[in-house]
Design a protein. Structure first.
Length: 275
């Protein structure tokens, strides 16, 4: 009887173990099924986000410069034409100078113009110009440099925030001073990076165009001067010469008086001997 009871208990135990193993295997199967599903969702999320990152187009940062030089028949007319083009292109004149060179008179203007109006401005001021002595158009892509500086600036600002958190938690004076020294150095770097970005952004948003136009003139040689002008110049030259002579005499008047007195004395003695 006891033997039958022990055998029954053993059979029950074996059946219970098998049932537990079946449930465990079922749970593991469910888990294995759920995990890939969960993994697929996260992958879908990353895939759904990754196109947004890839689709984000990075705007190119281009610095444009222009340098033009040409001859004109009328400096004022050409200047008026440039002023109209400046107003049309929403630009402004940064520098304006004029002067005289060998056989020419010229005017040099530096214009800052929005990047999007660069090409139209070049076209407007080129109207009527048959020949350019010099025409240089350059474009420099600084996108990579701009992104690099911007990324470094953001990293420095994050580092600054971490040091500010450490400063708020610091209790010792030595720790505070050390953190303040680090913050000071970081802030200097941040200001330098911000200055570089501002300078670069200014160059990107406003292109620089230098326009020099000139007019050929006759050289003022002696052949081109009229006869009346020559007479007048000679008269003035003679007057200046006489004036210089009398001024020179005034400077040596004691010697002149002494020479006259000596001449009179010698002449008087010579006459006495002859008598």
């Amino acid at each position: 009887m006891k033997l039958k009871l022990i055998i029954a208990l053993l059979i029950f135990a074996v059946l219970s173990c098998k049932k537990a193993e079946a449930e465990a295997s079922q749970d593991s199967a469910i888990t294995m099924v759920k995990l890939p599903a969960k993994k697929m969702i996260s992958n879908d999320e990353s895939i759904s986000e990754s196109p947004n990152i890839e689709d984000k187009v990075i705007e190119q940062k281009i610095i444009k410069n222009g340098n033009l030089r040409f001859e004109t028949d009328n400096l004022e007319t050409t200047y008026d034409q440039i002023k109209i083009a400046v107003k049309k292109g929403k630009a402004f004149i940064q520098n304006d100078s004029e002067g005289k060179d060998y056989g020419t008179i010229y005017r040099r203007i530096t214009v800052r113009i929005p990047n999007q109006n660069f090409d139209s401005f070049i076209k407007d001021i080129s109207t009527g110009v048959t020949y350019f002595d010099n025409k240089e158009i350059s474009s420099e892509d600084v996108t990579e440099q701009y992104i690099d500086i911007d990324a470094r600036l953001k990293a420095k600002k994050k580092l600054e925030n971490r040091y500010l958190e450490l400063l708020a938690k610091a209790t010792k004076m030595s720790e505070m001073l050390a953190i303040e020294a680090q913050l000071s150095a970081i802030r200097e770097e941040i200001e330098a990076k911000e200055g570089q970005l501002r300078y670069m952004q200014n160059k990107i948003s406003l292109s620089t165009i230098t326009v020099e136009f000139y007019k050929t003139i006759a050289e003022e040689k002696g052949v081109t001067i009229s006869y009346g002008a020559k007479v007048w110049n000679s008269f003035k030259s003679g007057f200046y010469t006489i004036s210089s002579f009398f001024l020179g005499l005034l400077e040596v008047w004691p010697f002149i008086i002494l020479a006259v007195a000596l001449f009179y004395f010698i002449r008087k003695r010579f006459k006495k001997k002859n008598i």
